[in-house]
Ligand binder design. Structure first.
Ligand code: NDP
Length: 333
């Protein structure tokens, strides 16, 4: 078993010396346990929060221990009647090539014929569920409304934009790279997408691309981006506050100035954590699984190779080096 240990807490930006990659023997299976050979693992922004020594909505990573992650793998050995060797499963596993799952708890079987395996960590997994929930249940889009999504080409953003198009909305995105923007428009059907790093002013870009204002903002970024959006909101608009990735590596968060817009425009702003909503997963799978099967949705994945590259892939994702959902391939599918 080759695995990644959480070696050092970051202060500000994460660096590779926060991790240590090592070999370790695979523990013996007890009664009820299963051994999963991990094939793809996910790196996600929320992991940055779990590296801090503070209370958040999920428990922090323990120093000196293997890191956890969503993963897809194959049952290599089972001492549990619910699982057989060769079955493909997903769940909370670890940054390692082989994970012993006590009692087989927290993993579920998936049908690999439904979609490529990395999709179960993206559009059919936690990020897709997040996009679906935030847009439909908080945003409540109506045909003809303008939806704006930041981090538009990422794991969550690309799904938000495409579902909003299916609901008949005008969809505008932003991303930190021209190729990402081009792909949002040409690959995902966005009406417009601008590079927030190269425009003279985000406020002006929003004015240009959202001429009738913003009815729904799907917030992935926070900070200055949120402040700019606040200047373009329509009366009774909605903000699904999903994430604030621009703030996760800052020692001091940026201030927000245009809060008065929430008052005068009677805006609904709601934060959410997707793990609170697992009861809605069947509805999500019906919707998004169905649209995917019907060819109405596309999904872009960025695959890094090998467990040794997992720390680099994670840090790269926080910096915007990923183009689509970032996963790491750990073994043959
Ligand atoms: P992505 O695949 O979108 O990867 C992160 C992206 O964020 C980068 O590629 C980069 O894209 C962008 N980014 C990084 N730094 C900045 C910055 N300073 N300003 C603007 N953009 C930046 O990640 P996910 O789709 O997995 O996650 C998107 C957001 O959703 C995150 O904030 C995450 O925390 C949140 N989230 C929340 C959940 C919940 O339950 N509430 C569940 C899942 C995700 P670019 O090149 O465009 O800058």
């Amino acid at each position: 078993n080759r695995r990644v240990i959480f070696e050092k807490r970051p202060e500000g930006w994460v660096s590779e010396d926060c991790f240590r990659v090592e070999d370790a023997p695979v523990p013996e299976l007890g009664d009820g346990d299963v051994l999963v050979r991990n094939i793809y693992m996910s790196v996600d922004p929320y992991m940055r929060g779990r590296m801090n020594d503070e209370k958040s909505y999920t428990a922090g990573f323990a120093l000196g221990k293997v890191m956890q992650c969503g993963a897809v793998g194959e049952i290599a050995e089972s001492r549990n009647p619910k699982f057989e060797a060769g079955q493909i499963v997903t769940g909370m596993l670890n940054w390692e090539t082989h994970t012993v799952v006590p009692g087989g708890a927290g993993i579920v079987r998936i049908d690999p014929a439904l979609a490529p395996l990395p999709y179960f960590l993206g559009i059919l997994g936690m990020p897709g569920f997040t996009a679906w929930y935030g847009l439909l249940k908080i945003g409540e889009p109506k045909a003809g409304e303008t939806v704006y999504v930041s981090a538009a080409s990422g794991a969550v953003g690309q799904v938000v934009g495409q579902i909003a198009k299916l609901k008949g909305c005008r969809v505008v995105g932003s991303a930190g790279d021209d190729a990402k923007c081009k792909w949002c428009v040409e690959g995902c059907g966005f009406d417009a997408c601008f590079n927030y790093k190269t425009v003279d002013s985000v406020e002006d870009a929003l004015k240009q691309h959202c001429p009738h204002g913003i009815d729904i903002y799907f917030e992935n970024v926070g900070g200055r981006m949120l402040d700019a959006v606040l200047t373009r909101l329509n009366p009774f608009s909605r903000i699904a506050l999903c994430g604030m990735i621009s703030q996760y590596n800052l020692k001091q968060p940026e201030g927000i100035h245009n809060v008065r817009s929430l008052l005068v425009n009677k805006v609904k702003l709601q934060g959410f954590i997707i793990s609170d909503h697992f009861d809605l997963q069947p509805e999500f799978m019906r919707d998004v699984g169905g649209w995917l099967k019907d060819g109405k949705l596309t999904y872009r994945v960025d695959v890094a190779d090998g467990i040794d590259n997992a720390p680099k892939a994670f840090i790269g994702m926080l910096k915007g080096e990923n183009f689509g959902k970032q996963v790491v391939k750990l073994g043959d599918d």
